[in-house]
Each structure stands twice: as structure tokens, then as C-alpha cells.
Design a protein around this ligand. Sequence first.
Ligand code: ADP
Ligand code: MG
Length: 221
Amino acid sequence: MNASTAPGPVVDADFVRRWLATAAAVVDREADRLTELDSPIGDADHGSNLRRGFTAAHAAVEQEPPQTPGGVLTLVGAQLISTVGGAAGPLYGTLLRRAGKALGDGTAATPEEFRDALRTGVEAVGKLGGAVPGDKTMLDALVPAVEALSFALDAGSGLADGLAAARIAADEGASATVPLQARKGRASYLGARSIGHQDPGATSAALLVAAFADTAAEAVA
Ligand code: ADP
Ligand code: MG
């Protein structure tokens, strides 16, 4: 049985907690690089913002672990909103809170329910920040990631393969921000001078998607 036909991992509270631990570790490891990316086209705080947020979120979840995947995502989102000062905190916080609420009270979500919840969260980011793909923001990684996951699940893939495809799409989306001119956020103040730099938020979004892919891959291994 290959990964596409295997039952695959279930999205339960434990799955989201393992994602959070992986994400917090990756953000901590990559914080300096994220801050470096935020220096030519921002205010050099993206890595430190996310490190603070994910450290706080991880601590809050481990202190009193919610029993449902929706509960974990909602708590992480609330922590990001309350601990991160920059634009990315409320935006990621809204994404995860809305995704968590969309999952409701169930103890386990199907891959399709999880995909729908992520899509709801990503749409909320668009509404909150007024950005669309192509504006050189985190949405340039997030939107293709959800599309790739969706496409893979509709074609019969399991969660691990779907998230592996999402990871590739998010990475490509982040790289594709380099030639773009920023139309939203701090980088947009630079106008054409924002061209030639990779967007820090699209880069961190790709890391967070990769953490989901790793979590699912470990669960089927
Ligand atoms: P700040 O810009 O307040 O310093 P951060 O440095 O933490 O916040 O985050 C910057 C990232 O936030 C950008 O690289 C971009 O991806 C994302 N971002 C900024 N504004 C928006 C927006 N309106 N919609 C979506 N993403 C945005
Ligand atoms: Mg910044």
C-alpha cells in the first residue's frame, strides 16, 4: 500500500500539537533569516515577531492542551494575535483562529474538513488585509498551498501527499514573490524598490506549510 491509498494521518488535537511543536522549532531556527528578509523591504522584525508568537503559543498549548484540533488552532491564533505586534501576528492569528472555529468541536477532522478549514482561514486573511495573490504577501504562498492540497485530495491523494504538494506550491509561491512589487503592507511604501526581494511573510508561510507536511509525513512513516 503506498502513501496515496493508505488511510493516512487523522487531524486530531495531537496532530495539531505536533505541527505546533515543529512550527515553533522551525520559526526559532529560521528567525534570523526571516528578519534579514524583512530588513531591505520592512523593519527587520518578522523573525523576532514570529518567534515570540510561536513560543508563547506553544507554551500556552502545552500548559493546558485543548482536546480538539479546532481548540488547539483557535488557541494558537489567539496567542499570535495577543503577542505579536507586527502585521503578521494578527494575520496569522486570524488564519488559525478562523480555521480552528471552522473545525468546530469534533475530535478528529477528515483531510477534506481540514482543507476547508484552512481555506476559510486563508480567505479571512485576504479579507482582513485586503491583499490578493500577486501583492507580494504571505497570500502568495498560502493560496497556492491550499489550492495544491485541494487538487491533490480531489484527485484521491491522502493527507500526507496532499500536504507534500502544498509544501512545494508554497515554496514556489514564496520564490515567485522576488520579482513582484509589493502592494500591501510596509514593503508597499517602497514602491518599485520592493522588487528583487523575497517577501518575508510568504517565506514564513512556506515554513508553516512545510511543518504541516512534515507532521503528516511522520504520522504515516
Ligand atoms: P510588519 O510589517 O508590521 O513589521 P511583520 O514584519 O511581522 O509585520 O510581517 C510582514 C509580512 O506580513 C509581510 O512580509 C507580508 O507577507 C505580510 N503582510 C503585510 N501586510 C499584509 C496584508 N495586508 N495582507 C497579507 N499579508 C500581509
Ligand atoms: Mg516587519
